[in-house]
Design a protein around this ligand. Structure first.
Ligand code: S3P
Length: 418
């Protein structure tokens, strides 16, 4: 298989959620370009509209947001499949003087929410829940400041607390075991909201009141996590070269490039620039022979969504690969830890989850078999890429889930293969 051409990944999912939410809280009219048009971002737009924000249809070419004072929703806020929508929204609602009930699809209802509701409760939000998940009802109001050490390196937890600090107009200080993606911090800094780092902690001291947030004008860069599938397809090819344009290369997101480098693939970053406080580059990728590696616990937050793709790449490497301390993958859109291992085995590869580590043995035998995606977009895309290897025969249980984060994935995967 040969790769060729130029491709652009869709807009960054994490940043798209955040800019929509900030724009819904801002004063006046915001203009956002480059947004992801996937289902998760549409979930954020839908619930923000239910809360009174006027948001034009989600198009990559541009979205206008006219903020209004948020108001009580007439019905439940359905967050679809999107953990980021649910958790960040809880932070926003913590600072509002009304009650709202959040729910989601079957996958989202299974995902833990206490990691967010606990600190928000300490800040003064009233939250009624049944077990550690959705649906739950939050009643916000007068908040107090918080100094919090998170037990998990989670950008969603960190961002929910920062949003609560913003909407409640109170200071917050957050420590996390390892630095998770810092898009919220960068946006707060870009908008001059009063954020800095002190002794390894993230400190937010409101520079403007909750009603003084300036309008947001941001061009969202391409999603590094979506680009990772294109990078992987190019690395696994036999020949050619692929240029992936406009990729966000924030170091808290690009651990997969660091690991790939160690495995023997070199991805060149060209045309480095800045967009709205985020570093952006074009990636030039060529095929490579890979060696197995060890991915440390400290690296995991920088590549947490790329473990399925990296595990698939490890199955094509010489030698074995281990991912340390990836227990968090059990509570993603699916139980990714067990499903990555089980699906690799289903296509003839030796792989196993041992306690919280994931072990993968490389082979040169082409993968053959049926993969159960459990409607998880990242599993579908990672195994679709494995299916591009000559001689492979990988059948997916479904392909629709890619609409969550990369609606045109199959079109792009076809186009880059000559
Ligand atoms: C995200 C944070 C990560 C990531 C998810 C998006 C975000 O989750 O897996 O896809 O936008 O903040 P955690 O915060 O649970 O690690």
């Amino acid at each position: 298989m040969r790769v060729q051409g130029v491709v652009r990944p869709p807009g960054d999912k994490s940043i798209s959620h955040r800019v929509l939410m900030l724009a819904a809280l801002a004063r006046g009219k915001s203009e956002l370009t480059g947004l992801l048009t996937g289902d998760d971002v549409k979930s954020s737009a839908r619930v923000l509209r239910q809360l009174g924000a006027d948001i034009s249809p989600i198009r990559e070419s541009g979205v206008g947001v006219r903020a209004a004072r948020l108001s009580p929703p007439a019905s439940r806020l359905h967050c679809g499949n999107s953990g980021t929508t649910a958790r960040l929204l809880l932070g926003i609602l913590a600072g509002q003087r009304f009650a709202a009930t959040l729910t989601g699809d079957a996958s989202l209802r299974r995902r833990p929410m206490r990691r967010v509701t606990e600190p928000l409760r300490t800040m003064g939000a009233k939250i009624a829940e049944h077990g550690d998940g959705l649906p739950l009802t939050i009643r916000g109001g007068q908040l107090r400041g918080l100094t919090y050490t998170s037990p998990v390196a989670s950008a969603q937890v960190k961002s929910a607390i920062l949003f609560a600090g913003l909407t409640g107009g109170v200071p917050v200080t957050i420590r996390e075991p390892y630095r998770s993606r810092d898009h919220t911090e960068r946006l707060f800094a870009y908008l001059g909201l009063g954020i800095h780092e002190r002794d390894g902690a993230i400190v937010f001291e409101p520079a403007v009141g909750p009603s003084g947030l300036p309008a947001v004008h941001v061009a969202v860069p391409g999603d590094a996590s979506s680009a990772a599938f294109l990078v992987a397809a190019a690395v696994l090819a036999e020949d050619g070269e692929l240029l992936i344009e406009n990729v966000g290369v924030n170091p808290t997101r690009t651990g997969f490039l660091v690991v790939l480098e160690r495995m023997g693939a070199h991805v060149e970053r060209v045309n480095l620039r800045d967009a709205g406080g985020e570093p952006v580059a074009d990636l030039l990728v060529r095929p490579a022979l890979l060696q197995g590696t060890e991915v440390s616990a400290a690296e995991i937050p920088t590549l947490v969504d790329e473990v399925p793709m990296l595990a698939v790449l490890a199955s094509r490497a010489s030698g074995s690969t281990v991912f340390r301390e990836v227990g968090e993958l059990r509570v993603k859109e699916s139980n990714r830890l067990e499903l990555v291992a089980a699906n690799l085995r289903a296509v003839g590869i030796r792989a196993e989850a041992r306690e919280n580590d994931l072990h993968v043995e490389g082979t040169s035998q082409p993968a053959r078999g049926r993969v159960e995606t459990a409607a998880d977009h990242r599993l579908a895309m990672a195994f679709a890429v494995l299916g591009t290897v000559p001689g492979a025969d990988v059948r997916l249980s479904e392909r629709r889930s890619v609409a969550i984060s990369y609606p045109d994935f199959f079109r792009d995967l076809r186009r880059i293969r000559a």
